[in-house]
Design a protein around this ligand. Structure first.
Ligand code: NAP
Ligand code: ZN
Ligand code: ZN
Length: 350
């Protein structure tokens, strides 16, 4: 076994604190990675505080991992010691069901193994990236082709793929007007990626002070979603909307912006039950409301390669491991520009 230092939540109400644990010694097909950087996803906060009512404690969050390979099993062929590698939201799946067969491990019919909070339907817990090392089967490890700025690459492993996957699924491209709702970790990646795919991006935000940033990140237009007149100017005009909001909100006002037959896809996962939208907004223009979960391993690699090719990384604020609890509080106030990333070299500091 390998001794690991990390940070964990021990119960929903306590702040995260230093935590020591063990990981398996690398098996034949395993890659051992020294974690250099780990992004802070809103899902980490939902999980640490048991907001989805499925957290296994102790909980070591973190699924936006970039690090250096320090050991490999005998059968490993894709990685060598010293390589830079990434780990995203899932570290295993059944490998046999129809979804796994199609490379859609996130929809594994037996339930995939999360990088943290592991098999939520039973079995042993898994510990994520708020730690100094991780051991993962090479099949679930990603190659990083970005030449530098690795801290800003980390958020691609969740925020990047969670937005890239639906943008691809709904065939976003040139000539389309695409809405992104919420300028947080996911939203700012969605703006950058949709722009790189050639779309005309309209950002919908509740935070007027984010307007300049949204334009700089690649939005062609910014709409303050609480302003009814600004919203009305876009009625029935959008080809697709990607909604990243982390809390219950008014879906009707957004659905009314879709063209006939267009889709709004939800990726935000609020902690409390979400009010349903009005049926009329859907039936009168045959509009669709959909959801999407992260992305499979092959598509995550495709996204990383796409981002490397287009020079896309996250806009980050680097934090020390010790600052994680304060970072969570700021995240709850939408005060993140636009992803916190933990510098894991700080783990040993006091
Ligand atoms: P985040 O950085 O906190 O961003 C969320 C953004 O939503 C905020 O910056 C804010 O943007 C907006 N927002 C927050 N509260 C709002 C409210 N009450 N009404 C309207 N807008 C509000 O979070 P994130 O890391 O991007 O994650 C977003 C959500 O996606 C979380 O629920 C997370 O768990 C979920 N998630 C889902 C998947 C998946 O596979 N589907 C993957 C990762 C994360 P403005 O200030 O611009 O309004
Ligand atoms: Zn995430
Ligand atoms: Zn499966």
């Amino acid at each position: 076994m390998i001794d690991v230092q990390g940070y964990a939540a021990l119960d929903p109400s306590k702040p995260l604190a230093p935590f020591s644990f063990q990981r398996r010694t690398p098996g034949e097909r395993d890659v051992q990675i020294e974690i250099l950087f780990c992004g802070v996803c809103h899902s980490d906060l939902h999980t640490a505080r048991n907001e989805w009512h499925n957290t296994l404690y102790p909980s070591v969050p973190g699924h936006e991992i970039v690090g250096r390979v320090t050991a490999i099993g005998q059968a490993v062929t894709n990685f060598k010691v010293g390589d830079i590698a990434g780990v995203g939201c899932l570290v295993d799946s059944c490998r046999h069901c129809a979804s796994c067969g199609e490379g859609l491990e996130q929809y594994c019919e037996k339930g995939f193994t999360g990088t943290y909070n592991g098999p939520v339907f039973g079995g042993e817990n898994t510990f994520g990236g708020y730690s100094d090392s991780i051991v993962v089967d090479e099949k679930y490890v990603l190659r990083i082709k970005h030449p530098d700025n690795l801290a800003a690459v980390a958020p691609l492993l969740c925020a990047g793929i969670t937005t890239y996957s639906p943008l691809r699924q709904w065939k976003v491209g040139p000539g389309q007007k695409v809405g992104v709702v919420g300028l947080g970790g996911l939203g700012h990646m969605a703006v950058k990626i949709a722009k790189a795919m050639g779309a005309h991006v309209v950002l919908f935000t509740t935070s007027p002070d984010k307007k300049e940033d949204a334009l700089r990140l690649g939005a062609a237009e910014v709409v303050i979603s609480k302003n009814k007149e600004e919203m009305a100017a876009h009625a029935s005009s959008l080809d697709f909307i990607l909604n990243t909001v982390a809390a219950p909100h008014d879906l009707d006002a957004l659905l009314a912006l879709l063209k006939r037959d267009a889709t709004m896809t939800l990726v935000g996962a609020p902690a409390t039950p979400h009010p349903s939208p009005s049926v009329f907004n859907l039936i009168f223009k045959r509009r669709r409301l959909a959801g999407s979960l992260i992305g499979g391993i092959a598509e995550t690699q495709e996204m990383l390669d796409f981002c490397a090719e287009h020079g896309i990384v996250a806009d980050i604020e680097m934090i020390r491991m010790q600052d994680i609890n304060e970072a969570y509080e700021r995240m709850l106030k939408s005060d993140v520009k636009y992803r916190f990333v933990i510098d894991m070299a700080t783990l040993q500091q006091r």
